[in-house]
Design a protein around this ligand. Structure first.
Ligand code: CTP
Length: 410
């Protein structure tokens, strides 16, 4: 438990997203952290001191000039007696204050006085986030070493406006906190690793496309697990409905050809893991106009052409990463087919999963579900892993990648 015994100082800024900070307190505490809270004056318009105090089980600090508080703890001690300061929601105002060294209230004084890492979870109207002043402050704060999680795309609670500015969800903030406080060894530090994930969408016309059932869960979990071990992960993701993993640079694509271009543009790399369920075929030239039904003509004949094999392209590339990992979804002759793919695709490892059984697809199956049972096929043998969650498969695979890269080095 990374957060066990860690002391978090949570600065709650004044924004409607402050209601999510209440849940954040709970999530941090259930992972073993102690949470002490500072609220700005504006924050108290959105959530009450009573709620924050009850959830944190501690005194709530609000006033720089409170005689009792300054005598008992004081803003300097508040700033130092923490392992990490989290600002959530981080308003445009709080960002501007810290970027410019202002310290006229307790929250900003604490942020200026601290010698501990600071993580901000911005939340504001998309226009405020896009304003040149906020852009400047964000850049300054990043240069000064402040960490950020979000903001995310989404609809604003107050105005219904959509855009970038929604605060990261409590669990995304927790993941960012854990990443910052994780002092376990980082065996993949300094390694650049490419991961592909999700399906591809191959257009038929402007409104229709060919797709598959991949959810991106396994690929995204692998990207996150590699990042946790310190790798510089570049995730190339097809269209999925799950969030970008924390600590990972994510590039969004739609079609197989776009995925291939993005992946090859990222070379050279130390390793590449191909988890995406790339469509094997696309239509030969998608129509520019929506294909209409014409009475008496029957359905259109879709002519298909083969998509590039991205894994094989990288596996046989001049700047081939030293470790190339592919996946194989098979319905029969699992091991035979997986072994054949090692050579055909130029891979060092194939993670093979059996999608033959009836539960292979859907919420309980491999495609779309949360669990997976895989075998790791290499030129020297096969490792059978028991059924486990996709997160556990990801962690074990990340550890295996670290081990393999280390073995290649020596
Ligand atoms: N893959 C890829 N580009 C493609 C097709 C597949 O990069 N155009 C990668 C997948 O990400 C996966 C591996 O190749 O890592 C195996 O994909 P799979 O669909 O199992 O194999 P295919 O090559 O499509 O072979 P087949 O459908 O004949 O089993």
């Amino acid at each position: 438990m990374i957060l066990s015994g860690k002391r978090i100082l949570l600065v709650i800024g004044g924004g409607i997203a402050a209601y999510k900070s209440l849940d954040l307190i709970r999530r941090l505490r259930e992972r073993g952290a102690t949470v002490r809270c500072v609220m700005t004056a504006a924050a108290q318009h959105f959530v009450t001191q009573l709620a924050v105090g009850a959830l944190s089980a501690d005194h709530v600090f609000t006033d720089l000039f409170d005689r009792q508080d300054e005598q008992d703890v004081g803003h300097i001690r508040l700033a130092r007696e923490a392992d990490l300061i989290v600002v959530a929601p981080a308003t445009a105002d709080l960002m501007a204050k810290l970027a410019n060294g202002l310290a006229g209230d307790l929250a900003s004084a604490v942020l200026l006085a601290t010698d501990k890492p600071v993580l901000m979870a911005p939340a504001m109207n998309p226009k405020m986030w896009a304003h040149p002043a906020t852009r400047r402050n964000h850049a300054t704060l990043r240069r000064d070493g402040v960490g950020f999680v979000g903001p995310m795309q989404g609809e604003m609670a107050e105005s219904g406006e959509a855009g970038e500015g929604r605060m990261a969800e409590p669990l995304e903030i927790v993941a960012a906190v854990e990443a910052l406080l994780d002092d376990r060894p980082k065996p993949l530090a300094g390694r650049k690793i490419i991961v592909t994930s999700g399906p591809t969408h191959e257009p038929i016309d402007p409104v229709r496309y060919i797709a598959n059932r991949s959810s991106g869960k396994q690929g995204h979990a692998i990207a996150a697990a590699l990042a946790k071990l310190g790798a510089d992960v570049r995730l190339v993701s097809g269209p999925v409905s799950i969030p970008d993993p924390a600590g990972v640079t994510t590039i969004h694509v739609e079609r197989a050809e776009e995925m291939r271009d993005a992946v090859e543009g990222l070379l050279p790399a130390d390793a590449a893991v191909f988890v995406a369920a790339v469509a094997d075929w696309r239509t030969a030239g998608s129509a520019n106009e929506k294909i209409k039904k014409v009475a008496g003509e029957g359905p259109p004949a879709l002519q298909m052409v083969e998509n590039p094999d991205i894994l094989a392209g990288v596996g046989h590339h001049g700047s081939r990463p030293r470790l190339v990992v592919g996946f194989a979804a098979e319905t029969r002759d699992l091991l035979k087919n997986a072994r054949a793919k090692l050579d055909k695709k130029g891979a060092d490892l194939i993670v093979a999963n059996d999608v033959s059984h009836a539960s292979g697809i859907g919420p309980a199956g491999v495609m779309g579900g949360d669990r997976n049972r895989v075998r790791i096929v290499s030129r020297t043998g096969v490792e059978d892993w028991p059924e486990m969650s996709k997160d556990e498969v990801a962690e074990r695979l990340a550890a295996l990648v670290a081990e393999r890269l280390k073995a290649i080095d020596v």
